[in-house]
Structures are given as C-alpha cells and as structure tokens.
Design a protein around this ligand. Structure first.
Ligand SMILES: [Ca+2]
Ligand SMILES: [Ca+2]
Length: 211
C-alpha cells in the first residue's frame, strides 16, 4: 500500500517538475560565434552588450539599445539580477563578438504584470550581441586590482582609476564628470558607514564566499 502511494507521489512530482520546466525554459539560439571564442561570460562578469527586444506573439520590437542612451552598448554585471532572469541565464558562456537569439517565457521576463510597453504575460525574444566580457566589479580579484595601496579599503581615487582603465579597455573612454557621477553613485550605494572608504566587507555583497 505505501508503495503505490509513493509511486503516486513520484508521478506527481515528475509531472509537476515537467510542467514547471516547460513554463520556465529559456531557449537559446546561437546566431554567430567567433572562431576564437574567449573569454566566456560567467556569473559576476561585466558585459558590454547591444540588444533588441521583441514580443514573441507578433514580432514587434519594444526595445533597441542602439537607439537608447545615445546608442552606447549597455553595461551590466551578469547573473546578479541587474537584467531580467531569462537574460541572466541566456547570456552565460558567451564570448565577445557572439550573437544569440534568446526566447524568454514571461515568468523569467516581465511576469504576469508586464512592464510598459511589454504587455502582461508576454514571452519575449532578445537578440543580443556581446562586445566585451571582463572581470566584474564584484569579484575580489577586481577589489585587489582597485586597492592600489593594498590597505583593504578603496578610496574614491582608487575606484576612479579602475573605472577609467575599464572604460578605456572597452574602447569607450569618458570625461571626468561621468566618472565623478558614477563614483558618487557607487559610494552612495556601498559606503554604508559613510567614512568615505569602501571596505572589503562593504564591497563584497554578492560573493561572500570569496572573502
Ligand atoms: Ca586602498
Ligand atoms: Ca566605509
């Protein structure tokens, strides 16, 4: 008797898991892959990307990074929730130059409510092109690179130096006011005790395991 009950339970769990998987599946189609495909993106990396967003139901376009924010490719840290979940999943293991078409179900995109102009419960398709993949600002390796005098805390000057180098590496150097504003934002968010320094503990909010 207990045996058939546990079989029922197994069946139930299996059916439920299958339905959940179908609902939550991110479909990845590689449109272009360079022959030299390194480095591959992973969680915590800083990506520079152009992307277009379309509604699956009629193919209409709802977003184009090429016509937004003066057409600069967008920067974000992969795998930490800065972008919709479906893209955090669908953009793993990508190298600079690679292009993908990523189909994302509503649960991993804009959900039952949608987000203007994306209607409720919409499956969305993103065409993404990766420009650069670099060590994210949230790895302790990056912290070590930024901490020039190795005193285990970051001054504004140290952070600025690092940002400048990163933007120059990405081929998009910026002017001073741009860095000053970014540093203001970074310290506002991270310098929790307001002593004008970012300590290793204040910095390392995503990856506690690396300390
Ligand atoms: Ca320092
Ligand atoms: Ca501090």
């Amino acid at each position: 008797m207990w045996k058939s009950a546990s079989w029922m339970l197994l069946l139930f769990v299996w059916v439920w898991a299958t339905a959940d998987e179908l609902d939550g599946e991110v479909k990845i189609e590689v449109l272009f892959k360079p022959e030299q495909c390194t480095p591959k993106s992973k969680r915590g990396d800083l990506l520079n990307v152009h992307y277009d967003g379309f509604l699956a139901k009629d193919g209409s376009q709802f977003y184009c990074s090429r016509s937004d924010k003066a057409g600069h490719p967008q920067w974000f840290v992969l795998g930490v929730g800065q972008i919709i979940k479906g893209l955090d999943i669908g953009m793993m293991d990508m190298c600079p130059g690679e292009k993908r078409k990523i189909t994302v179900p509503p649960a991993l995109a804009f959900g039952v409510k949608g987000k203007d102009p994306v209607p409720p419960n919409a499956t969305v398709i993103f065409e993404v092109e990766v420009y650069t993949v670099s060590k994210g600002p949230r790895t302790m390796e990056a912290f070590g690179q930024m901490d020039l005098d190795k005193d285990k805390s970051l001054t504004k000057a140290e952070v600025k130096q690092y940002l400048k180098l990163e933007y120059e590496k990405g081929g998009k150097p910026r002017d001073d006011p741009f860095y000053e504003k970014m540093i203001g934002d970074i310290f506002h968010k991270n310098d929790q005790d307001r002593d004008g320094l970012i300590s290793a503990k204040e910095y390392n909010v995503f990856k506690h395991d690396e300390l």
